[in-house]
Write a protein that binds this ligand. Structure first.
Ligand SMILES: C[S@@+](CC[C@H](N)C(=O)[O-])C[C@H]1O[C@@H](n2cnc3c(N)ncnc32)[C@H](O)[C@@H]1O
Length: 211
């Protein structure tokens, strides 16, 4: 997965140029920043930073992290709000954060790349890095029959995998899960207050406050 996204960096943002996604993207970009006004936010797997300027528009601080230098280089080259800082870091293990705590967290199109069995422990580890009352927002793809890359196989753990081809001709098997609202709710556990699941045509958004 890491290697796949490193190689895909230059072609990644094509997914955001698909005409049928434009209206929904504009709505999501506008609403994302409203969640995080005045907050200190950790962004996981920021990639090329498509969502970063929108989420960070009114944030006090925004730490955008990704484990791959390639996509992050593209993100760093963009004009960003002054609150944005970039750091290479794992979205699954948070030692790189030291003692830092945040009152917001965001991940765009990352949840789908986490194995189902890891959802709950990953979220618990993330929550441990957040202050009580933190705002948490996940945004990811819905499966659109006929448009989304088909699921090539579902393994014994219920994780689904797609075969994706890059411009360099290489093919990669990539984990891509599509959680239901109920599954996402179960994974975040009882600390999620006022959870809200919004399902659009191409993306879902799951938000809550941490108790
Ligand atoms: C689907 S992209 C999402 C990028 C961006 N958040 C977006 O929504 O456009 C997934 C990103 O996860 C990054 N990634 C893969 N494994 C990672 C890990 N263990 N920790 C942090 N980032 C990782 C890849 O480099 C890639 O940028």
């Amino acid at each position: 997965m890491l290697d796949y996204y490193e190689r895909r960096a230059a072609e990644y943002e094509r997914i955001y140029r698909r005409p049928e996604r434009q209206a929904e993207l504009r709505r999501l970009e506008t609403s994302l920043g409203e969640h995080f006004a005045g907050r200190s936010v950790l962004e996981l797997a920021c990639g090329t930073g498509w969502w970063t300027p929108h989420g960070a528009a009114a944030a006090r601080r925004w730490l955008a992290t990704d484990l791959n230098p390639g996509p992050m280089e593209i993100a760093r080259a963009k004009t960003m709000p002054a609150s944005v800082e970039f750091r290479l870091g794992d979205a699954m293990a948070f030692e790189h954060l030291g003692d830092e705590r945040f009152d917001g967290a965001f991940a765009g199109c990352w949840w789908s790349h986490v194995e189902r069995a890891r959802w709950a422990p990953w979220l618990e580890a993330l929550h441990a890095r957040l202050q009580p009352g933190a705002r948490v927002v996940f945004l990811d793809n819905t499966f659109v029959a006929g448009r989304s890359t088909p699921i090539a196989r579902v393994d014994a753990h219920g994780d689904s995998w797609q075969l994706r081809r890059l411009d360099d001709g290489s093919t990669h098997e990539v984990l891509k899960n599509y959680p239901t609202h109920e599954q996402a709710l179960a994974a975040v556990g009882p600390r999620a207050r006022a959870p809200q699941w919004l399902e659009g045509e191409h993306f879902w958004v799951f938000s809550y406050h941490l108790a």
